[in-house]
Write a new protein. Structure first.
Length: 143
């Protein structure tokens, strides 16, 4: 009579190996689970100087792997997770824009966010190039 315990162990081990090789689910923007917005009392605030980046980076890859679109409502931040939504208020004129974090930066001392050209234009900072802004996190990203 043959001992089948070694064969059984090998079969179970192989099954576990194959099951662990399956990929995690991928989401498109339409089937991604919805994240709840943060209530006002939990929103993080930051104030400082914003700058923007445009044509020189248009079409290049951002830090999260997307292709940069200078007309999209996106931004670069040093620490916030990718896909975080931030309300940016220009403190000089009161104009506001909501952006999604998809890149890292700015890399200039004293600046807290780099806006896309489109977002900068919406809050009136393209002419001056920089503006005093308030950042308010309205939805934390998972990236």
């Amino acid at each position: 009579m043959r001992d089948h315990s070694i064969e059984r162990i090998l079969i179970v081990a192989m099954a576990l190996i194959f099951m662990s090789c399956t990929s995690s689910p991928r989401y498109t923007s339409s089937d991604r689970p919805q994240r709840e917005s943060l209530p006002g009392s939990l929103r993080r605030l930051q104030e400082g100087v914003a700058s923007y980046y445009g044509e020189d980076f248009h079409g290049r890859k951002t830090s999260n792997g997307e292709v940069y679109d200078m007309y999209a409502m996106t931004a670069a931040h040093r620490a916030l997770p990718f896909d975080t939504r931030v309300l940016v208020t220009n403190l000089d004129n009161g104009k506001k824009v909501t952006v999604r974090i998809n890149d890292r930066g700015p890399f200039v001392e004293g600046r807290i966010i780099d806006l896309s050209y489109g977002a900068a234009r919406k809050i009136g900072m393209v002419g001056p190039g920089t503006a005093r802004v308030r950042l308010e996190v309205i939805e934390m990203g998972e990236g």
